[in-house]
Unconditional design. Sequence first.
Lengths: 220, 82
Amino acid sequence: MIASPLNAAPAFAIGPLTITWPVVTTWAIMAALALASYLATRHLSLRPGRAQAVLELLVTTLDSEITATVPGNPARFRGLIGMLLIFILCANWSTLIPGVEPPTAHLETDAALALVVFVAGIYWGIRLQGVGGWLATFARPSWIMIPLNLVEQITRHFSLMVRLFGNVMSGVFVIGIVGVLAGLLVPIPLMALDLLTGAVQAYIFATLALVFIGSTVSEA
Amino acid sequence: MNDLIQIISIISAALAVGLGAIGPALAEGRAVAAALEAIARQPEAAGTISRTLFVGLAMIETTAIYCLVIALLVLFANPFVS
């Protein structure tokens, strides 16, 4: 019997609170990323060393991607979009460690990430146009579009969540099934494909988040 | 009764994924073909075209993913199986 991909395995319990494995993995990735960025930015200098050069290249590439989609100062979105990109990439690739299941293969993590994007879109819409201006964007191009625009707000973030979940979970699921049928060496090409999918999905999630947030900015 | 529902669930899950993959496959093929043609005509616009292509492909792919999620719901969280 194959375990349902919709349930998460519990790791341990603190009193009445059950902590599941995806949560443990998420916190481990967060701690690793925080430690890595602390170590990498500890000795910043004008003549960059190797680690700093790589970081600067990463930030410059991210900035150029952001300005290509949303004109204006890229520093506004650098933190959020870069966080989404790097976190989802690390989460998708955490399957490289034996025994670790990527937290993005569970619906809760993806729902949380999509919720962050949803709230960020509302925040930027209100911050740049005021509450009235933001509400007025729902009546564009005409007031007939109000129900459609409202539905669109929900569905596009829902699809953001389901897309990431479906892609990552199906990869894990297929590897699990093939591993049961033929465990030796056969799943390796599928794992390689899974790494590619993970990278592409991280890029797509970050790009779509930027497009959704940018759509409120460009209307201002 | 429960057995019958489970049999129908498995068949419908397979049909949902199989038939649901046809549309996105054709659509993605068309999108990639059009993007390749555009890049061949205008190689300097390759960056913009491929970025838009990726976002568009993700949108198209979502329909297939929806079918997958429906199939999983039918298999693992079927409300009609007690």
